[in-house]
Design a protein around this ligand. Structure first.
Ligand code: DP6
Length: 346
């Protein structure tokens, strides 16, 4: 019997400290500016890919549900690349689970495409190095390239496909920062990030955000290097406000903030005045990511849990990059995809 063309991988989403918004080339997610993030270890996507000669089309199952149209199309972009470069022209089952609620508005595309890029290339018998894997993940979702390397990561924008990839700045243990995510609204977004990246260039201040990015990137690298929380807080909040200023002034105008979002931003600043090491950042949604040093994590988590305007609190620390998972730990994924277990796992 031929070896089974199957592999499983997992990856974390990441939170950007310096944000990616807008592309130089939308086709290949070549970003307008470099960005910096860290992987969120508490949240994870696990993905099984099985290339199957009996299939006559690709299949995508997320959290036990078959998916079609847009999500499947995005996955097929990665599968098409893998088929072309491996010579294995077979359709695939892609079975994926998240341990965090997708409906809570926490971006799962970064962890999803990082795990998919690794699982799909391995299943097809390919061995990509970290840089090549990061570039491949980028084709699915820009920020996914940052979920491939470990820890604190920089995505160098580059000017063409070959030089736009992410790499580790510092390992996860370098600084025990926490991200306490306050979920304030689970309502689905009127526009996806994919659409938002296209609107960015209609904002009259996108050029200012992008032109100033090298200064903020260096400020952030230094703050991380020196584990200087005050400097990090300043640059992270400045960058998040620049991102939302661009969103709010683009056409159409994207206003993600809810009353609870603004209330939490004020609260974080108040805590900082009282000497707490806390700072906030926001992605393309109303939820507030509250970054803090480990000595404040419990207090922040408890305060957030006690608030009526916070629906849920998720916490994470700097995590590793994308990695393979042995198939014998993926029996539940085979089951979810109604796939027979490989003979050596029976
Ligand atoms: C606001 O990479 O998620 O979170 O390429 O459409 O998947 P797609 O967009 P994505 O955009 C991320 C935008 C952001 C900022 C960031 O994470 O840097």
């Amino acid at each position: 019997m031929p070896a089974m063309l199957a592999a499983c991988a997992e990856a974390h989403p990441n939170i950007a400290l310096i944000k990616y918004w807008g592309n130089r080339d939308h086709r290949i997610n070549l970003p307008a500016n470099s960005s910096i993030s860290f992987n969120l270890d508490g949240l994870v996507t696990r993905t099984l890919v099985v290339f199957d000669p009996h299939l006559n089309q690709d299949r995508l199952v997320i959290n036990g549900r078959e998916r079609y149209r847009e999500p499947l199309k995005r996955v097929q972009r990665i599968l098409a690349w893998v088929r072309e470069h491996s010579g294995k022209y077979l359709y695939a089952h892609v079975i994926s689970v998240n341990n965090f609620p997708m409906e809570a508005g926490i971006a799962s595309s970064a962890s999803a495409f990082a795990a998919l890029a690794l699982a799909a290339t391995k299943a097809a018998g390919m061995h990509l190095d970290e840089r090549a894997l990061s570039r491949l993940a980028r084709l699915g979702s820009g920020s996914a390239c940052r979920s491939v390397p470990d820890g604190f990561v920089e995505w160098r924008a580059g000017v063409r496909d070959e030089d736009s990839y992410a790499f580790t700045l510092f390992p996860p243990e370098y600084w025990d920062l926490w991200d306490c995510i306050a979920v304030v609204s689970a309502a689905s977004k009127p526009y996806s990030s994919k659409e938002g990246h296209r609107f960015a260039e209609t904002s009259p201040i996108q050029w200012a955000r992008v032109t100033d990015a090298p200064r903020r990137l260096e400020w952030c690298r230094q703050a991380l290097k020196n584990r200087d929380f005050q400097a990090l807080a300043e640059v992270v909040e400045l960058d998040a406000h620049l991102l939302h200023a661009v969103m709010q002034t683009s056409t159409p105008s994207l206003l993600y903030w809810e009353p609870a979002t603004v209330a939490l931003m004020h609260q974080v600043r108040e805590w900082r005045k009282q000497g707490w090491n806390v700072a906030y950042t926001l992605d393309a949604g109303p939820n507030v990511h509250i970054l803090c040093t480990s000595d404040f994590a419990m207090r922040v988590e408890q305060e957030l849990q006690a608030r009526p305007d916070v629906q849920q609190v998720l916490t994470a620390r700097p995590g590793k990059g994308a990695r393979l998972v042995p198939l014998d730990l993926c029996r539940d994924l085979f089951r979810q995809g109604n796939l027979p277990l490989p003979t050596d796992l029976l």
